[in-house]
Design a protein around this ligand. Structure first.
Ligand SMILES: *[C@@H]1O[C@H](CO)[C@@H](O)[C@H](O)[C@H]1NC(C)=O
Ligand SMILES: *[C@@H]1O[C@H](CO)[C@@H](O)[C@H](O)[C@H]1NC(C)=O
Length: 465
């Protein structure tokens, strides 16, 4: 019988011949780039970056293998953001249960959510909105209250609505549970920030393979569906998702969902659903611009970020504003304020520079490692709007060696790189990058990283403390 491996290779080759442009194959499939152990823009990886997993806890019980992360913005009564803790979704058992990449072996050990609280800037400690019992510079496991018994928890995308003057926030998490993928709704309050209260499990025929979330209000969100042909399908589930990915078949989609109030007596949680965008190859991370007039969607299998015009009143997406190519298989992305005084927001995109390596790590091949690459999409301001060569000049592996020119409206800058060799201090399989606009701290989650979450604070020397 033909082995799965042989079949995989055949599909890969056919995919290459039929569909791929040469540069895509080279960048995300064939070649390994000579990444350093670690590089952080404007900082020193060795002294400014550290993983925050507490080594006193067993790997199975601690923050490791993290997919998504989100800032939980805490606004004071005047509407100013005074704190930005990070909520991270991790699944230490991912090597036994992954509905996106396989395998589907054991859904039993549950993943979890962790809260990382950065220390306050000197002099600002007293203004803390978070309960003072939660120690800073540490990750705390978030316990669940009212969570249904015997209901799995395997989190992917996570997003939380900001808290205003100490009120509770709605928190949503994509959960690829045993039977089907659902979205869990919780509330979480800054006075008791290590406890999430379960509100309900949202299930829908429209949730084929939910992956990323972008909230549009406390009760509505966009959700990406990465594949139409999922691994859950009997027998063909081993091969069809792979074909869909490798051939870049445009079968992923993004929906917009508006919920009924939890107290509503109407049937079901969903008040309204519409398809925001159909036919996107491997739709993965989604991000809403701060002004709400643009939605960015990651298309992993073709290494693109798609930008769509958005009607802020209806949430409907209009024409495509731009397409940005990146030299890796992008995963999640987030808008972030410019650090160079630019008026327009930048976007941080994290991903996988060698997809076969990531697959080998997912399959627990001995010695397999997967590199990390996180880039910033920086809008070009002013009149100097021409595509240029020779950009991203400071990175160990410059994006300009993979992609000939940047865009007329944007350039690309490497924020983080690592060979992913964790035994030697690297950080692998980057999926999400966040940057705190006030402190400059950068947070990177790693899908299979034993260290879970990497925190880098350029110039701080946090690794030595
Ligand atoms: C980075 O920090 C390490 C550890 O403190 C130090 O040995 C190294 O020289 C620093 N590298 C640079 C380029 O400053
Ligand atoms: C908290 O307050 C904000 C601002 O008034 C409001 O938009 C939000 O819905 C409130 N959240 C909850 C869970 O009540």
């Amino acid at each position: 019988m033909i082995s799965l491996r042989a079949l995989t290779n055949i599909v890969l080759v056919l995919g290459i011949i039929w569909y791929r442009s040469g540069s895509l194959i080279k960048n995300a499939i064939l070649f390994r780039s000579p990444f350093p152990q670690g590089y952080i823009a404007n900082g020193n990886y060795t002294s400014d970056c550290t993983t925050i997993r507490d080594s006193a806890h067993k790997t199975e019980d601690s923050l490791s293998s993290c997919e998504d992360e989100t800032f939980w913005e805490l606004h004071d009564a005047a509407g100013k953001v005074v704190q930005r803790p990070v909520i991270v979704s991790c699944d230490p058992g991912r090597r036994a249960w992954n509905t996106v990449m396989g395998p589907l072996r054991n859904p039993e050990p549950h993943g979890g959510l962790w809260l990382y609280v950065p220390e306050r800037a000197p002099g600002k400690e007293s203004k803390s909105l978070l309960s003072s019992t939660v120690a800073a510079n540490k990750a705390h496991r978030i316990t669940f209250k009212n969570y249904p018994a015997n209901h799995d928890f395997h989190p992917l995308g996570v997003e939380v609505w900001p808290s205003h003057a100490g009120n509770s926030s709605n928190l949503y998490v994509v959960n690829h549970a045993r039977e089907r993928t659902v979205i869990e709704q919780f509330t979480i309050n800054p006075a008791k920030p290590t406890e999430a209260v379960h509100v309900r499990t949202i299930s829908s025929g429209y949730f084929i393979s939910p992956n990323g979330l972008a909230l549009t209000s406390p009760d509505s969100f966009y959700v990406s569906n990465d594949h139409l042909l999922t691994r859950r399908l009997p027998i063909v589930g081993h091969i069809l998702p792979l074909i869909e990915s490798v051939l870049g078949l445009p079968l992923g989609f993004v929906s917009h969902v508006t919920l009924n109030k939890p107290t509503s007596t109407e049937n079901g949680a969903i008040a309204e659903h519409f398809f925001a965008k159909l036919f996107i190859p491997f739709a993965n991370g989604v991000a809403l611009s701060p002004s709400g007039d643009e939605l960015a969607i990651v298309s992993t299998s073709v290494s693109q970020i798609l930008f769509f015009e958005r009607d802020t009143a209806t949430g409907k997406l209009g024409q495509k504003n731009d397409v940005v190519h990146v030299p890796f298989a992008p995963d999640n992305l987030h808008y972030t304020a410019s650090t160079s005084g630019g008026k327009r927001h930048e976007l941080i995109v994290a991903g996988h520079p060698n997809f076969p390596d990531l697959t080998a790590v997912a399959a627990s091949k001995p010695g397999a490692t997967a590199a990390s690459w996180v880039a910033t999409i920086v809008p070009k301001e002013g009149d100097k709007r021409i595509a240029e060569t020779g950009f991203d000049t400071e990175a160990p592996v410059s994006i300009s060696t993979k992609i000939a020119k940047d865009g007329t409206g944007w350039t690309l800058k490497t924020l983080f790189q690592s060979d992913g060799v964790e035994d030697k201090g690297g950080f692998g399989s980057s999926t999400t990058g966040l940057r705190d606009p006030d402190s400059g701290a950068v947070y990177i989650s790693g899908l299979y990283a034993a260290g879970g979450l990497l925190v880098c604070k350029p110039g701080s020397g946090i690794a030595k403390r």
